[in-house]
Design a protein around this ligand. Structure first.
Ligand code: SF4
Length: 433
């Protein structure tokens, strides 16, 4: 029996196993993570200096992503990549070099500020230089069952954000860019390493927002591919790594078999994002991310501007979701139902999903509570949050679920699994029909 046999036997795979087949395969080490494939895709150049510019680099990256896709297909058909040579310069090397170059004229997210974050004289909407801080990391047992599984989701919370949601549920880290501990990309790789050999089913890059830390995350993935089991932190390195580990007091047993794919270090990369990424970042992440967990927060009206200070949200999130769908990526969408926003946000978002990316698993979430600037009892309460300063009513939640039902969305198991047994889900279906 494999080390993840309990995870593989979870009832939820009966309904979602087909949709999340790649992720599940990597998670139980039946498939290699995409980064292990990307490191074997050769790019016949001497290095990034020879390429010369971000535009040219992205063009080459897109071209060789086609080679990646062919190899990815072969892997799903049984190809053994461990017999393939690792080239001198690979798609993964180019990904690392591209993010290092892009951060000098930053276009990681839709703001496309164009600031030089290495120099750091002028900051963009995320207010960050290149330093990446981690508020905390741990085995997360609050995520959806497919992610928390039996050993937890290896969740790494980065500081700061590119949106300004008045209701942010992680306001302590997303609003305070000096929160947390600064880690280098190699240290981030060591954090991911530790979580995986303690049995986590995935590395869950989140925040705040992970997109604004793309230079650090992509380089950390590069280290996971290049150094693998040599990343084991020891001595003072381990002391530093453990500083942000919120569950360091739990003695999780470490076992190399949790991470083993044909002798290499293996773990699925999960990108847990507000979906306000630039198209370039989407393209960069395509051959690196095994499973996506995007939000779809607002409808096409002005709500994203008033409640998140973010223009172009709907069109950016819609474009990015469509890209993932057309690429055939594994994903689970989260939509948080907010009070008074059923007609303007929940309904248009669910309609868009039904029409444009049917069958995609959606978590229609009922756990909204007024936090941060939406908390009417807080001295920081912002009057702009007047309509979201309470929890949604039962009627609003039932309305959202009923609409998801009417649209035929694939939402039931992922939405209800925390509350109910599989049998009770059928009962709930009867209730809202
Ligand atoms: S990550 Fe986004 S918000 Fe931050 S500097 Fe880059 S483009 Fe601007």
């Amino acid at each position: 029996m494999g080390v993840y046999s309990d995870f593989e036997r979870l009832w939820i795979w009966e309904s979602l196993g087909d949709r999340l087949e790649w992720y599940l395969g990597v998670s139980v080490n039946r498939y290699p993570a995409k980064y292990l494939i990307a490191k074997r895709v050769e790019i016949p150049v001497g290095g990034f200096d020879e390429i010369g510019s971000v535009d040219k680099g992205l063009e080459i990256y897109k071209r060789y992503t086609e080679d990646f896709l062919k190899l990815w297909r072969d892997v799903r058909n049984g190809e053994d990549i461990s017999r393939l040579e690792v080239p001198r310069y690979s798609l993964l090397d180019l990904a690392r070099d591209l993010v290092r170059a892009i951060v000098r004229k930053c276009i990681f997210c839709r703001w496309k500020c164009g600031v030089d974050r290495v120099e750091g004289k002028k900051l963009g909407a995320c207010m960050l230089t290149t330093e990446s801080r981690v508020g905390s990391y741990f085995h997360h047992f609050g995520e959806e069952l497919v992610f928390r599984g039996t050993h937890g989701s290896g969740t790494i919370f980065f500081t700061s954000c590119n949106m300004r949601c008045l209701f942010c549920q992680n306001g302590d880290i997303s609003r305070d860019r000096f929160n947390g501990i600064p880690y280098t990309p190699r240290e981030l790789a060591q954090i991911a390493f530790l979580l995986r050999i303690e049995g986590c089913h995935n590395i869950n890059w989140v925040g705040g927002e992970p997109t604004i830390h793309l230079h650090s995350i992509v380089e950390a993935i590069w280290y996971l591919a290049k150094e693998g089991f040599r990343l084991m932190p020891r001595g003072s390195e381990l002391d530093k790594i453990l500083m942000a580990k919120a569950d360091a007091y739990i003695p999780y047993p470490m076992d190399k078999r949790f991470a083993l794919y044909k002798g290499e270090f293996n773990v699925p990369m999960l990108f847990n994002t507000n979906m306000f990424l630039s198209e370039e970042s989407m393209i960069l992440l395509r051959p690196l991310i095994d499973i996506w967990l995007p939000d779809f927060k607002f409808g096409p009206g002005r709500c994203s501007v008033r409640l998140s200070r973010t223009p172009w949200y709907f069109e950016t999130a819609a474009r990015n979701h469509k890209m993932l769908y057309e690429w055939g990526e594994n994903m689970v969408i989260r939509h948080l139902v907010m009070p008074n926003h059923i007609e303007c946000c929940t309904k248009p978002v669910l309609e868009w999903i039904a029409k444009n990316i049917p069958g995609t698993p959606v978590n229609v979430m009922d756990q909204y509570r007024p936090e941060s600037y939406a908390d009417p009892h807080s001295p920081h309460f912002d009057p702009d949050a007047y309509d979201i300063a309470r929890r949604p009513t039962r009627e609003e939640i039932i309305k959202a679920w009923t609409y998801a039902e009417e649209l035929g969305l694939n939402y039931r198991e992922i939405t209800f699994e925390k509350k109910l047994s599989k049998r009770a889900i059928e009962g709930l279906k009867a209730l809202i029909q």
